[in-house]
Ligand binder design. Structure first.
Ligand code: NAD
Length: 396
């Protein structure tokens, strides 16, 4: 049996040879995904010999899928992710303004992967725009299924936009739509249940990992019921379910308005540890924090449903169209996402070996161009050379 499942207590059961479905991805996905697979295989082999091995299973999405099946996200791909529980993906193209929903957003919603998990820390050897990057050590829990990302929006001038506008004006007493004739509309659902499951996961993570605080980041000063609700429900949940950790001072729950948070994290990043935030704030926040430790080329991510166990680990950057085919893309975001995947599977020794090997490369000023150009004596390596460098350090 090669399938990852859950037992009656909700714990993941990981076979020694689990099948992991993966999406190669568009653009630079074709360069970074083979790099990630060969590095993970090398680490697993080094740590577990022949006892454990990942059985990689390619599934289609994006341009590849469209060429082969006429569909951008075939049902079969979703079924495979459901069946095998854990998967990993490279970046996928989302054409702007062509009416096609983001494949990433679709996958998160269909599988109800309600947490977007982004650990952000600095690696020795990486040069960054801030003076003390070692102070940045945060884990962002971004809500993944609600907010303006729910995709409930209508184009300006459409019959639906006109109908909604009329409803708001005639039946809801709304007088503040400045240009009703030319407005597009979007709706922002944020629920108590959606907030509670996210904040619960963030608090549990903080407690399990002995981290000092969870900060609720919101714009409740402006959006009083949606983001204000997020803040209120978050505090209530934390008090109700983590009261003992809070009263014994093992866990502090605090909140911060999103714009102030972006400033504060630049000025005093050491004050923040675990972050819980709605979808759109989380999008901005995770990219800023990633930039502070070296950029999205090195920032990993995962989309997780802690209740069903389903998880898709992913490169956080896009398809990087200008880099495609040049063998210069940085594979670290996807590699570090695979490290998160191995940790999630309980294969921590292999995960640590990969992190250590990456760090050894950075310490020797060896990296792909996007990172090496900022290192005082940086050696710019191609994607393939960098992959070999990491594997050499794994096998050392
Ligand atoms: P992008 O992340 O592709 O690129 C932003 C910048 O980061 C560019 O300068 C790019 O060269 C650089 N960059 C990205 N990945 C890199 C890597 N691995 N190594 C070195 N540099 C890297 O964002 P974009 O240009 O806004 O988007 C391009 C496409 O990707 C769009 O279709 C967008 O919708 C899609 N996208 C997908 C995802 C995803 O699949 N998770 C995320 C973001 C964007």
């Amino acid at each position: 049996m090669n399938r990852i499942t859950k037992d009656a207590d909700g714990r993941l059961i990981i076979p020694d040879q689990p099948t992991i479905p993966y999406i190669t991805g568009d653009g630079v996905g074709k360069e970074i995904t083979p790099s990630m697979i060969s590095i993970v295989d090398a680490a697993v082999r080094k740590v577990y010999g022949t006892k454990k091995q990942i059985k990689w299973k390619e599934v289609l999405a994006g341009e590849n899928a469209f060429k082969q099946t006429g569909e951008w996200l075939p049902d079969e791909t979703i079924e495979k992710f459901k069946y095998y529980t854990i998967g990993i993906k490279g970046p996928l193209t989302t054409p702007i303004g062509e009416g096609m929903r983001s494949l990433n957003v679709a996958l998160r919603q269909i599988l109800d992967l309600y947490v977007c998990l982004r650990p952000i820390r600095w690696y020795l050897g990486i040069t960054t725009p801030i003076l003390a990057p070692e102070k940045v050590n945060m884990t962002v829990f971004r809500e993944n299924t609600e907010d303006i990302y729910a995709g409930i929006e209508w184009d300006a001038g459409s019959a639906e936009a006109k109908k909604l506008c009329k409803f708001l004006q005639d039946e809801m007493g709304v007088t503040s739509i400045r240009f009703p004739e030319t407005s597009a509309f979007g709706i922002k659902p944020i629920s108590r249940e959606g907030t509670e499951r996210l904040v619960r996961a963030a608090c549990q993570y903080a407690v399990d990992n002995h981290l000092p605080s969870v900060t609720l980041v919101h714009k409740g000063n402006i959006m009083k019921y949606t983001e204000g609700g997020f803040r209120r429900w978050g505090y209530e949940l934390a008090e109700r379910e983590f009261g003992e950790a809070i009263s014994s001072k093992r866990l502090v729950i605090k909140d911060c308005i999103a714009d102030a948070f972006l400033q504060n994290t630049l000025l005093c990043p050491e004050e923040y540890s675990v972050i819980a935030t709605p979808n759109l704030n989380g999008d901005y926040i995770s990219d800023q924090l990633a930039a502070m430790v070296g950029g999205i080329g090195i920032a990993p991510g995962a989309n997780i449903n802690y209740i069903t166990g389903h998880a898709i680990f992913e490169a956080t950057h896009g398809t990087a169209p200008t880099l495609v085919g040049k063998n210069i893309a940085n594979p670290c975001s996807l590699i570090l996402s695979a490290v998160m995947m191995l940790q999630y599977m309980g294969w921590s020794e292999a995960a640590s070996l990969i992190s250590r090997s990456l760090e050894l490369c950075f310490r020797d000023s060896r990296a792909t161009y996007d990172l090496a150009r900022f290192m005082p004596r940086g050696h710019s390596l191609s994607t393939i050379e960098f992959t070999h460098d990491v594997i050499e350090r794994i096998n050392h």
